[in-house]
Every structure is written in structure tokens, then in C-alpha cells.
Design a protein around this ligand. Structure first.
Ligand code: HEC
Length: 155
């Protein structure tokens, strides 16, 4: 009898263990189903976040395009600082000083085009293009205009 009840409790225990296993498996399947149904959404998020950098790259290209054109847009102050200031800041060799209206007035009076052509081609101690042959006519002209306008001119 006691063996019988032992056997019964073993069967009961086995049933409980199997039952809880089945329950656990069902739970796991349900949870896994939840996750697998959530996965496509995650993939979509990844896909859209993949699309965004592409859009950013396009924007970057647009930005670099515009910075290219602003690179083409001449920065007169930089040109002057890099090529002209060494003489025109302190009045080296009789160069008209930037900011000196007295020294610039007679030069500006020659006219904008003359002034620019003197800067491009050089005049007396003033070297052609300030000594930088790489400067374009436009860059030299922009530098002339910037210097003259900083010295009482209105070119
Ligand atoms: C090596 C020194 C030196 C550098 C660099 C230099 N200049 Fe001059 N510049 C002179 C001197 C000196 C004069 C005066 C020339 C004269 O009238 O005898 C002068 C005169 C000028 C004049 C007046 C020309 C005129 O017709 O009266 C302009 C405009 C000018 N420079 C522009 C520039 C520009 C723009 C740059 C830079 C791109 C530059 N210079 C760089 C020395 C320099």
C-alpha cells in the first residue's frame, strides 16, 4: 500500500513537473511570439534610421556644394590678411596704410579700375597681385575694394 501511494505521489509529481514544463513551454512560445512579432517593427525602425543618414548625406552634399560656391565667393578680408597686410598694414616701402584716408584718397581718386589694374599688374614697389601669382583677378580686385573701403573709399 505504501508502495502504491509512493508510486501515486511519483506520478503526481511527474504530472506536476510535466504540467509546469508544458505551461512554461506555452509561456515561452507566447513570449517568443510576442518578440518575433515585435521584431519587424524593430527592423523597420532600423530601416528608417538607415534612411535618415542617407538623407543627411544628401544634405551634407548640398552643404558642401554651397560651401564650394561660398569658397568661390571671395573672402576679401582673408586675402588681404594673407597677401596684402604685410605691407599695407604698416605702410612698408611706402605702401598706403589700410585705414589711412589721407594716403588712400589720391589713389582712390584714380578710379576703381585703375586701382585694381595697378594691384593686378603691380606699380613701382607694389608687386603684381601682392606677390602671389595664384590670386585671381577677382581676388585681387576684392582685396583692393576691401582695403580701399576700409580707408575711406566707397568702391
Ligand atoms: C611687398 C609689399 C606689398 C604687398 C605684399 C602688397 N602691396 Fe600693394 N602696394 C605696395 C606699395 C609699396 C605700394 C605703393 C606703390 C606706389 O605707389 O609707389 C602699393 C600700392 C598699392 C595700391 C595702390 C595702387 C595705386 O594705383 O595707387 C593698391 C590698390 C594695392 N597696393 C593693393 C594691394 C593688394 C590688393 C595687395 C594684396 C593682394 C597688395 N597691394 C600687396 C606694397 C605692397
Amino acid at each position: 500500500m505504501s508502495k502504491n501511494s509512493e508510486l501515486r505521489s511519483v506520478i503526481e509529481t511527474t504530472a506536476v513537473v510535466i504540467g509546469s514544463f508544458v505551461a512554461a513551454v506555452i509561456l515561452i512560445v507566447l513570449l517568443t511570439k510576442d518578440y518575433s512579432s515585435a521584431e519587424p517593427a524593430v527592423e523597420k525602425v532600423v530601416e528608417t534610421s538607415n534612411t535618415e543618414p542617407v538623407a543627411q548625406v544628401v544634405m551634407d552634399t548640398a552643404e558642401s556644394d554651397s560651401s564650394d560656391s561660398s569658397g568661390a565667393a571671395i573672402d576679401a578680408k582673408k586675402i588681404v590678411a594673407a597677401n596684402c597686410a604685410m605691407c599695407h598694414e604698416g605702410g612698408l616701402m611706402g605702401a598706403p596704410k589700410i585705414g589711412s584716408e589721407d594716403q588712400w584718397a589720391p589713389r582712390i581718386a584714380q578710379g576703381k579700375d585703375t586701382l585694381i589694374s595697378h594691384a593686378i599688374n603691380g606699380i613701382r614697389q607694389m608687386p603684381a597681385r601682392g606677390g602671389n601669382a595664384k590670386l585671381s583677378d577677382e581676388e585681387v580686385a576684392a582685396a583692393v575694394i576691401d582695403m580701399a573701403n576700409a580707408s575711406g573709399g566707397n568702391l
